[in-house]
Write a protein that binds this ligand. Structure first.
Ligand SMILES: Nc1ncnc2c1ncn2[C@@H]1O[C@H](COP(=O)(O)OP(=O)(O)OP(=O)(O)O)[C@@H](O)[C@H]1O
Ligand SMILES: [Mg+2]
Length: 487
């Protein structure tokens, strides 16, 4: 054997040792990186990192045990020693990507064959036990990808208090509702919306959510409020200062207020093109001279309830309830393009509490805890039955006071949102600070129409606006459409 051959032989015998050495270096580097990441992480996130490691390392075994495995019968691979005519079993386990989060572990799993959202939802209980975590939530991120959230701390159960900071979104365009289960901000679209229903069991946060909306909008000169509190208690006393019209549980006064809002709506409809030059106020956005009119009716069922009694008093009350229902229905159905928005809050949104003609025309629906499936379906629609994790029945625990289920634009299915608590004191302070912004939208409309009319006269050397837009009368004129409705 020559010296060259000997050198070759020595090199060949060294190859396994070198490969082993490289592998050892890679493993050590990988372990060091993980340990460093762990040591540098906040103490808060370390438990999630540890659970994440366990989930990752045991995933294949766990998936098989909880039934998240798809079995296929295939030919053996080409490198196999088995004959190519044989049929072998192959177990496919969804590929996962595991990440530690402040609240727990996020596991993104790819769907495989017949293993999709439903199968993961069915396995969630078993995964909770296998991973030894308090809760596993399942949601579809996009077709082909399911997100499992192993919650160590549920962000939805961590109460948040409204900090009074200006929202990052335009409050006229979107309603900052709170944060989702991942702590991400959630907004509800408001531009072009004429109706919203907020439902939920007593004491679960409806009025606080309305307070939050009030606080977001009150500093804007482009918003006027009509505040109606069917409870008749002191909840809205402080807020009334910032309202164009306000009422408690006096059905006739409420009806009369709604007649005025209806009058405003019809007046605006008749002269929107002449005054704004567009058919839809949302093309320009509400302004101080054409403000968004937000009509809040808390405990709305109070005003739609008919006693069906036969005595004179009951008949009179029922007639008022029917008028109120018809006015609200029209505002919700027709108020969108002229900047009228109705927000109804009620404990139950079933047809006996809120007429379905009103409820089903509201573009936004929010539900806090509900006792029955029927009540949840009434507000959120029948689709909610396919989302057990986001179902309002699950929110009956006191830890979920202030948590609501809703449809959020751009997200699939339903989203649970932790709404911030707005204390009465904070809302009262904002109402007091902004009380000077109250204007009468009927008067603003009359002024705008008058200005437009004199512009027209200047242009044409003679005015014809009043004939073209007979509704554009000063606010002091006798109500026309309203009188009809009152009858
Ligand atoms: N977002 C929230 N976070 C934490 N606690 C809240 C939240 N909202 C409300 N709460 C608590 O729940 C209590 C009741 O809230 P709220 O008055 O808003 O309920 P509600 O649904 O309007 O009840 P009701 O139907 O009786 O009017 C509040 O006084 C407050 O203690
Ligand atoms: Mg309330």
């Amino acid at each position: 054997m020559t010296a060259i051959d000997l050198a070759h032989l020595r090199l060949l015998t060294m190859v396994p040792a070198v490969l082993l050495g490289v592998a050892a270096v890679v493993v050590v580097a990988w372990l060091t990186a993980h340990m460093l990441r762990y040591l540098l992480a906040d103490a808060e996130i370390r438990p999630a990192i540890r659970v994440g490691w366990r989930i990752r390392w045991t995933w294949r075994r766990t998936a098989v045990r909880v039934g998240l495995v798809q079995t296929e019968r295939v030919r053996p691979p080409w490198w196999s020693s088995r004959p190519q005519t044989a049929v072998v079993r192959r177990d496919l386990v969804p590929a996962v990507r595991v990440r530690a989060r402040r609240w727990g572990v996020e596991v993104d799993a790819s769907t495989v064959g017949r293993l999709g959202l439903v199968e993961f939802q069915n396995a969630a209980g078993h995964l909770t036990d296998a991973w030894r975590v308090p809760q596993v939530r399942v949601a579809r991120v996009r077709p082909g990808l399911v997100r499992l959230r192993a919650l160590l701390v549920d962000p939805l159960t961590q109460p948040a208090v409204w900090d009074g900071q200006a929202a990052t979104v335009d409050p006229l365009e979107a309603w900052s509702a709170g944060v989702d289960a991942d702590g991400q901000p959630v907004t509800i679209r408001c531009s072009g919306v004429s109706g919203a229903v907020v439902a939920g069991l007593a004491g679960f946060g409806k009025t606080s959510l309305l307070n939050a909306r009030f606080c977001q909008l009150a500093p804007s000169t482009a918003v006027q409020f009509v505040l109606i509190d069917g409870k008749g208690g002191p909840d809205y006393d402080g807020l009334f200062r910032r309202a164009w019209l306000s009422a408690k549980d006096d059905p006739e006064q409420v009806r009369d207020h709604l007649v005025r809002v209806h009058e405003l709506m019809t007046g605006r409809q008749r002269c929107i093109r002449a005054v704004l030059g567009v058919k839809n106020v949302w093309h320009l956005g509400p302004s101080a001279s054409w403000p968004l009119v937000v009509v809040v009716v808390d405990e709305a069922h109070t005003f739609f309830n008919e006693s069906k009694g036969t005595d004179v008093e009951s008949k009179k009350r029922d007639a008022v309830a029917r008028q109120t229902a018809r006015l609200v229905e029209e505002l919700v159905r027709k108020g969108r393009n002229v900047g009228v928005q109705v927000i109804l809050a009620t404990q139950k949104a079933t047809g006996d509490a809120i007429p379905t003609k009103i409820r089903d025309n509201c573009q936004v629906a929010v539900s806090f805890a509900q006792r029955t499936s029927e009540a949840a379906t009434a507000v959120l629609g029948s689709d909610i039955t396919g989302f057990p994790d986001e179902h309002p029945r699950r929110l009956q625990d006191p830890a979920y006071i202030g948590v609501a289920s809703m449809v959020v634009e751009g997200r699939p299915g339903f989203t649970l949102v932790r709404t911030p608590y707005v204390s009465d004191a904070a809302a009262d302070r904002i109402a007091a600070d902004t009380a000077g912004l109250v204007r009468d939208p009927l008067r603003l409309l009359a002024d705008a129409a008058r200005a437009e009319r004199s512009d027209g006269q200047d242009r044409e050397g003679g005015g014809s606006f009043r004939q073209e837009h007979p509704a554009a009368l000063p606010a002091s004129s006798p109500p026309t459409g309203g009188e009809e409705l009152r009858r």
